[in-house]
Design a protein around this ligand. Structure first.
Ligand SMILES: Nc1ncnc2c1ncn2[C@@H]1O[C@H](COP(=O)(O)OP(=O)(O)OP(=O)(O)O)[C@@H](O)[C@H]1O
Length: 234
């Protein structure tokens, strides 16, 4: 379970803020973090990952600080690996050293399955290949929490579907996934829950089943958020 309480994040060089009074994400949930450009999706994800300082508030994962749970977390971004100068083979050594539960055999199996080169520097990979590599690393770490920031940027529709399928097929089923994206059509059938941000505040937090029960789509809910701007935005 991920818990945010009174989280207040501000950047010193801009007026942007993120304020989350309370947010609880239960274990095993697949949550879409949605919202317009600049609404704070990445900031929210990074805050949960422990990247950057909070002005106030607390974020815990299963009751412990994010730092204490780092080994169980995988961060997958469109930029790909944090270590682009390494080859996947060397990257595997690094992961094995830092993450005790890293499963090298499974990692190699995934590289074969996704037809990734093992002896070429990661920086020479295509975006799709980088994403596959990071997904493989997360799965082989046996991470329980996956944080995916705009995983579909720069990909055509087939590549988007493939990377989603890839991710889903490798999961045990009890992992928690947080995905930020603009592409709501792609994830509507994947996520359990949609958290919709507007100017750094959570404006909607709904389960997809409840949206369907109301005879609506995710796009309808996004439009409603857009149409009902809060008092401070008039
Ligand atoms: N390092 C930073 N310094 C100053 N302001 C920042 C920084 N990073 C983000 N911001 C600002 O914080 C706000 C939220 O940005 P964030 O990247 O979280 O939004 P987002 O919803 O992920 O946007 P997008 O969909 O465009 O990626 C924006 O106004 C942005 O300009």
């Amino acid at each position: 379970m991920i818990e945010l309480k009174y989280v207040d994040k501000r950047y010193p060089t801009s007026n942007a803020l993120l304020y989350v009074h309370g947010l609880t994400i239960r274990k095993g949930e697949i949550v879409g973090i949605l919202g317009e450009n600049g609404s704070g999706k990445t900031t929210l994800l990074k805050s949960i990952m422990g990247i950057g300082e909070l002005q106030n508030g607390e974020i815990t994962i299963e009751g412990k600080s994010v730092g204490e749970q780092y080994e169980r977390m995988a961060f997958i971004t469109e930029e790909g690996s944090f270590l682009p100068h390494l080859t996947p083979k060397k990257y595997a050594h690094f992961l094995a050293e830092f993450f005790p539960q890293f499963d090298l055999e499974y990692f190699n199996e995934l590289l074969r399955r996704y037809e990734l080169p093992t002896d070429r520097r990661i920086r020479t990979f295509s975006k799709g290949q980088k994403m596959k590599l990071e997904i493989s690393a997360g799965l082989a770490k046996r991470a329980d929490y996956f944080f995916m920031d705009e995983p579909f940027v720069g990909k055509d529709i087939f590549a988007r579907r493939e990377s989603l399928k890839l991710m889903m097929s490798g999961l045990k089923g009890d992992e928690t996934l947080l995905i930020t994206t603009h592409l709501i059509d792609e994830i509507e059938n994947v996520i359990d829950r949609a958290v919709i941000l507007f100017k750094g505040l959570i404006r909607q937090d709904l389960y997809i089943d409840d949206i369907r029960e109301q005879g609506k789509s995710l796009a309808d809910v996004m439009q409603e958020v857009r149409n009902t701007r809060p008092f401070y935005d008039h």
